[in-house]
Design a binder for this molecule. Structure first.
Ligand SMILES: [Zn+2]
Length: 111
């Protein structure tokens, strides 16, 4: 499987997302005060977060759904890993900037 870096959004896309989230937050707060309900404020916010996560998990080439997996960095004793998104159709492994540590997974699971 070919490895490629996951393309980053151009700055105006990031700016639009940030503005969108800020605007949505303001709208949610206004809705919550206007109708005096908290759940009404949370629902649109969750929907947008869901859309953003779905968008992130799409192949930039064929728009197919990607399956995330962990790719451990370097040495076998190194617990750090990178999130890689596999596209079955293109046979491309998209390397993201998201890096985690399985050491912390075990710690949080042990609590
Ligand atoms: Zn693809």
């Amino acid at each position: 499987m070919e490895e490629r870096p996951f393309p980053k959004d151009p700055w105006y896309c990031v700016a639009l997302i940030v503005l969108g989230v800020l605007g949505l937050t303001a709208a949610c707060v206004w809705l919550a005060f206007r109708f005096n309900t908290v759940w009404l404020a949370g629902v649109p916010f969750l929907v947008v977060c869901g859309i953003m996560v779905c968008r992130f998990r799409r192949c930039p080439v064929c728009d197919q759904k990607l399956s995330p997996r962990r790719q451990f960095l370097g040495d076998p004793w190194d617990t750090r890993f990178r999130i890689v998104l596999d596209c079955e159709r293109c046979q491309i492994a998209w390397k993201t900037e998201v890096v985690g540590d399985s050491k912390f997974d075990e710690m949080s699971a042990g609590d």
